[in-house]
Design a binder for this molecule. Sequence first.
Ligand code: NAD
Ligand code: LMR
Length: 338
Amino acid sequence: NPPKLQVGESSLLKLANCRSKGGAPGFKVAVLGAAGGIGQPLAMLMKMNPLVSVLHLYDVVNAPGVTADISHMNTGAVVRGFLGQQQLENALTGMDLVIIPAGVPRKPGMTRDDLFNINAGIVRTLCEGIAKCCPDAIVNVISNPVNSTVPIAAEVFKKAGTYNPKRLLGVTTLDVVRANTFVAEVLGIDPREVNVPVVGGHAGVTILPLLSQVKPPCSFTYEEISYLTDRIQNGGTEVVEAKAGAGSATLSMAYAASKFADACLRGLRGDADVVECSFVASQVTELPFFATKVRLGRSGAEEIFPLGPLNESERVGLEKAKKELAGSIQKGVSFITK
Ligand code: NAD
Ligand code: LMR
């Protein structure tokens, strides 16, 4: 019998380094909450991303199982698993990008804000680890309520003296993904050809699709605008109700998170014109955080685009969104500063 081939981690790392030297950059990415409904498919998609050379999978349960499973995929990234709080620092050290889908999801009848009491503390602990071990990493916050967890992360980083607003990005890509899908259905065209800017935040009326700025240019009836706005704002609830107690969007979210993470990595690599919507520190409105289109580059969100021309119903929607957002942002800030 030929000896069983044992390829150790060091050999894999050498390979990953060779690839980097050969011109293909390799980034180190951590997924925190990697054993969850979003975490598992997101980890798989990141393992398939050629820009990733090292993938760290952290969770408080089942990280070794998910890691063993994903590590058998014959793609380039070296995968390592980390289980429990005592391994958080090792999971984070040296990371270029940290993606956070850790935390509890909604059940029918709940708002995203109902998750605050549990998820706020989880995000605080994870961000304290990031401030200590990889303060220069780009951070993608998925855990809900995003309208509050991003301000929480910002305050943790400020307290630690590591805050760089360009590097902290709330993930609202699923709203854009949904908007593109639903608009394409109404127009009867391929969803990959549609681009709908979705601004504001990531909960109910704070999700503001700018249907007057859809690409390719098109026009909608009053009924279509009202149907699309309602469906985009309540897309999350549609999935929560369909799953009937088994959680919220995981697969479409993993797709959206992987799309956004890939854009962040292309920005880090120095690609030009990488533009996505994201909930970031912003001066576009009077609020300290707001989701708009941002240009991603080597230092994160390098340019924040203005809202552009809004029609009357979008202006009304904007006022409603800002009112709710102001409270959610303040709630997050007070969680750390009080
Ligand atoms: P899930 O319960 O399936 O998975 C969450 C994972 O987080 C679990 O594996 C759990 O063990 C882990 N976890 C809990 N505490 C942790 C900690 N302290 N450190 C590390 N990991 C921890 O939930 P899910 O469906 O994957 O959703 C996760 C979060 O993402 C929820 O808050 C949900 O509301 C949110 N979400 C956001 C969006 C968005 O568009 N931003 C979309 C969908 C879901
Ligand atoms: C979503 O938009 O699907 C997520 O924010 C999860 C949820 O609770 O709706």
